[in-house]
Design a protein around this ligand. Structure first.
Ligand code: FMN
Length: 196
């Protein structure tokens, strides 16, 4: 009797272990954030202190039916920070230092979803504000199309285009445009020509 009991107990133990083993081998379901989504969307990311770039960026987003993301500085720029006539105002100090990387408040929620990112910014001292450098360095842009656009008081986007070349490694970086001198029709025609 004792022997029969031992055999039954051993069989039961084997069954329990086998059952546990098989369930552990089942493929683990992916969490929602891990699901591989196709990179088929366009994002318009913009930085704007006095609203001109924001307005242009939102128009572009509407034309492209794109998502938008505001590049918000962790430390907001005050009017004093932006007063470029004062030699050592914050914006001037940052622009003089090519290594300056002002912190951004938040990140794009799901960067993998985007095949193309339009990056909109004002021209500061002839170039992109350093926070744009922070932005492009915060993501792996490999394989993505990057389109710089700007507004300015008169300067073109060429220096920013050149600076971004070395910062957007592996991306398909397009030649940018200054938007505030173009009509809506001109902007639309240019965006269409990019075939994003
Ligand atoms: C610190 C600073 C530097 C600027 N430097 C230039 C410049 O070099 N060339 C230019 O044309 N405009 C310059 N501007 C003007 C802005 O590019 C322009 O007003 C822009 O449209 C502002 O965009 P926003 O309203 O989105 O901030 C500068 C503005 C600031 C605050």
């Amino acid at each position: 009797m004792k022997k029969i009991f031992s055999i039954v107990l051993a069989a039961l133990t084997m069954f329990v272990f086998t059952a546990c083993g098989s369930s552990a081998e089942k493929p683990v379901e992916k969490a929602a954030s891990q699901v591989d989504e196709p990179a088929d969307k366009i994002l318009v990311a913009y930085f704007s202190c006095t609203g001109r770039t924001k307005k242009a960026a939102l128009e572009v987003a509407e034309m492209l039916k794109a998502d938008t993301f505001e590049i918000v500085p962790a430390q907001a720029y005050t009017p004093d920070d932006l007063n470029y006539q004062v030699e050592n105002c914050r914006a001037n100090v940052e622009q003089k230092d090519s290594a300056a990387r002002p912190e951004i408040k938040s990140r794009i929620e799901n960067p993998a979803r985007y095949k193309a990112i339009v990056i909109a910014f004002p021209i500061w001292w002839g170039a992109e504000p350093r926070i744009i450098d922070t932005f492009v360095e915060s993501y792996d842009l490999t394989g993505k199309t990057i389109v710089p656009v700007c507004t300015s008081g008169g300067s073109d986007i060429m220096t920013a285009d050149k600076n971004l070349q070395s910062l957007c490694k592996g991306a398909d970086l397009r030649i940018g445009k200054r938007l505030d001198i173009l009509s809506k029709d001109e902007i639309k025609a240019w965006l269409d020509s990019l075939k994003l």
